[in-house]
Ligand binder design. Structure first.
Ligand SMILES: NC(=O)c1ccc[n+]([C@@H]2O[C@H](COP(=O)([O-])OP(=O)(O)OC[C@H]3O[C@@H](n4cnc5c(N)ncnc54)[C@H](O)[C@@H]3O)[C@@H](O)[C@H]2O)c1
Ligand SMILES: [Zn+2]
Length: 338
C-alpha cells in the first residue's frame, strides 16, 4: 500500500509499505478521506507539539473515513464493505480514567498521527472495531472524516453546558470554532457571537448560523457590548481569552479549546467575584453517536468546510494550503488518489 511519511521537518515522501493484518478485534479500513488538522501542519513545520516529538518517520492525518476491507477473527460489530468514520484515539479501556468513563484522559492513549503512532495518510489503516463507527449513506466520505473535529466541538459545548437560550461567545472561527457555532445553534443557543481576524471565516460563520461576527482586527471585543454566559475559546490566542473573560456574565462557563497560548494570565479576582467556571477540554469521549446524528440530520454542515482535495502525492499541498490561501478551511487528502 502507498503511505505518505513525514521523514523530518518539511520532508514528506510516498512509500510502499506492507498491508497491515488486522488483529482479532481490529478492522482494516481502506481510507477514503482525511481532513488536515492544524496539528498535522504543526508537526510538518516544527516536528513537535509540546512533549510530543517526531523522532522516527511518522504518518500524519487523524480525521479519517473509509470502507472496511477486512475484519479480524473476533470482530462482531462490523462487516466487509461497511463505510466507517475513524475515532483516532484508542484508549486502553483499563486505566482509572477509562473506567471512570473519561477515556479521553486515558493514561495509555494511542492517538493516530501523534508520535509514535501512525495516522491515516495511507491507503489502508487498522483500528479497533469499537473505534470505527458505521456511517449512514447521508453522510459523505469527507463529512465522515470531519466527525473528528465535530467531536471536539460537541465535547466543548457539553462541557460548557450550552443549552436552549444560551448566549455564547466563540473566539476563533477556524474549523473548530465554525463547528462550535453550529453545535451551539443545534442545541438551542440563541446568541452565538463569533470573533476572528479573518473576514472570509467570519462570513462563513454567519452563513453557518452565527448571530453576529466580530472582526477583532477592526473593532475590539470590549466595545461590542456583549455579556455572554458561555465562552468557548477556539483561537489559541491568549489576548482573545483575556479580553473575552472580562465580558463574562456572573456564573458563566469558560471552556478553553484553543491550544498554544502557553501560560496565559488568568484574572483570578474576576473568576472569583463572578464565580466563573473555567475548564480545559482535551479531545472528546463518546461523541461519535451525537456527531453522526447531527451530520446525518443536516443540523451541522460539514461539507461546507471543505476547501480543497489532494491526492497522496500532494500531501504537502494540503499541509501548506492555509499558508498560501487565507480562504482555506479544511483541505482533504484522498489516499487512494495519486
Ligand atoms: N482541546 C482540544 O482537544 C483541541 C482539539 C483540536 C484543536 N484544538 C485547538 O483548537 C484551536 C482551534 O483549532 P482550529 O483547527 O480551528 O485552528 P485555526 O488555527 O484554524 O483557527 C484559529 C482561528 O483563530 C483566529 N484568531 C487568531 N487570533 C484571534 C483573536 N485574537 N481573536 C479571535 N480569533 C483569533 C485565527 O484567525 C483562526 O481563524 C487550535 O488552537 C487547536 O490547537 C484543541
Ligand atoms: Zn485508559
Amino acid at each position: 500500500m502507498r503511505v505518505s511519511v513525514l521523514n523530518g521537518v518539511g520532508t514528506l515522501t510516498v512509500e510502499e509499505r506492507p498491508v497491515p493484518a488486522p488483529e482479532p478485534h481490529q478492522v482494516l479500513v481502506r481510507i477514503a478521506s482525511v481532513g488536515v488538522c492544524g496539528s498535522d501542519v504543526h508537526y510538518y513545520e516544527h516536528g513537535r507539539i509540546g512533549r510530543f516529538v517526531v523522532e522516527q518517520p511518522l504518518v500524519l492525518g487523524h480525521e479519517a473515513s473509509g470502507v472496511v476491507e477486512a475484519v479480524g477473527s473476533e470482530v462482531s460489530r462490523l462487516t466487509v464493505g461497511q463505510r466507517v468514520s475513524l475515532e483516532p484515539g484508542v484508549p486502553d479501556l483499563a486505566c482509572e480514567q477509562c473506567l471512570a468513563g473519561r477515556y479521553n484522559l486515558c493514561t495509555d492513549m494511542r492517538f493516530h498521527a501523534t508520535p509514535p503512532i501512525d495516522g491515516s495518510f495511507a491507503e489502508l489503516v487498522t483500528i479497533h472495531e469499537l473505534f470505527a463507527h458505521p456511517l449512514p449513506d447521508s453522510v459523505s466520505d469527507d463529512a465522515g472524516a470531519l466527525l473528528e473535529p465535530l467531536s471536539v466541538a460537541i465535547w466543548a459545548c457539553q462541557k460548557a453546558g450550552v443549552t436552549a437560550g444560551s448566549r455564547v461567545l466563540v473566539t476563533g472561527a477556524g474549523p473548530v470554532g465554525l463547528l462550535v457555532v453550529q453545535v451551539a445553534r443545534a442545541v438551542g443557543a440563541t446568541d452565538v457571537v463569533v470573533s476572528d481576524v479573518n473576514a472570509s471565516r467570519l462570513a462563513l460563520a454567519v452563513e453557518l448560523g452565527a448571530t453576529a461576527a466580530l472582526d477583532v482586527g477592526q473593532t475590539s471585543l470590549t466595545e461590542a457590548g456583549l455579556q455572554p454566559d458561555v465562552l468557548i475559546e477556539c483561537s489559541g490566542n491568549s489576548r482573545a481569552l483575556v479580553e473575552a473573560l472580562e465580558l463574562m456574565a456572573p456564573a458563566g462557563h469558560v471552556v478553553l479549546v484553543g491550544m498554544g497560548s502557553g501560560d496565559a494570565p488568568l484574572p483570578l479576582s474576576l473568576v472569583q467575584e463572578r464565580e466563573l467556571v473555567v475548564t480545559g477540554t482535551f479531545r472528546y469521549a463518546h461523541t461519535w453517536p451525537t456527531a453522526i446524528a447531527l451530520a446525518a440530520s443536516g443540523r451541522v454542515e460539514l461539507d461546507r468546510l471543505v476547501t480543497g482535495h489532494f491526492g497522496l502525492d500532494d500531501v504537502e499541498g494540503a499541509l501548506t494550503a492555509s499558508r498560501t490561501d487565507e480562504t482555506t478551511i479544511k483541505p482533504i487528502v484522498h489516499p487512494g488518489r495519486r
